[in-house]
Design a protein around this ligand. Sequence first.
Ligand SMILES: Nc1nc2c(ncn2[C@@H]2O[C@H](COP(=O)(O)OP(=O)(O)OP(=O)(O)O)[C@@H](O)[C@H]2O)c(=O)[nH]1
Ligand SMILES: [Mg+2]
Length: 198
Amino acid sequence: MKPDIARTTLKITAGSVTQFPRDNEPQIALVGRSNVGKSSLLNAVIGRKSLARVSSVPGKTVTVNFYEVDGCFYLVDLPGYGFAKGAREDKRRWSALTDAYFTAGGARIAAVIQLVDLKVGITADDEMMLDFLNSSGIRHFIVATKADKLSRTQAEAATERICSAPCAAGCDGIVQFSALKKQGVDAVIRLLFEALGK
Ligand SMILES: Nc1nc2c(ncn2[C@@H]2O[C@H](COP(=O)(O)OP(=O)(O)OP(=O)(O)O)[C@@H](O)[C@H]2O)c(=O)[nH]1
Ligand SMILES: [Mg+2]
């Protein structure tokens, strides 16, 4: 039976690696720059208004949040990267915790959802993340967020640009997404279940 994605709870808010869950449930992690729409995607996918806190101040979250879906797997909200200039300390904390996550997570990481702002396209930080995912062989797909900000024609062109970037070559698929319009929700859920073998 497929897990009931509506049965999702915030299980752990981890500020350090010692707080990561130790059980063997598979994990699907969300990565992307700060403000790209990770928390909004989470809420849209689980069909809840505000289980994941949507931030008005980008980059506030420096914790790894583990949402457990139906006692079956975790959706993991990683801190956003690429803060405004000057936030060097935040950046260090981001990379330390994210590095720790990818080191400690190991085989339990079933897939990574790389979020890219459709209008902005792939940033230098996104490229670094995608290069890392490619080299580590972690299954990943791209969700292009805030599609509602573009016309259909613009969205198609922007998607094409993302797909043709060399660093996107290793991804398993791309979904145009809008949390605002609830566009792409079913497609993301399908990719999640596929990655989990459900
Ligand atoms: N137009 C539009 N705005 C969106 C969409 N998704 C998110 N936003 C807005 O983008 C801002 C950031 O959204 P979050 O979901 O908090 O982004 P985040 O990636 O979790 O940010 P951090 O936790 O800071 O890393 C908020 O103001 C959201 O309302 C979308 O689909 N369309
Ligand atoms: Mg967030």
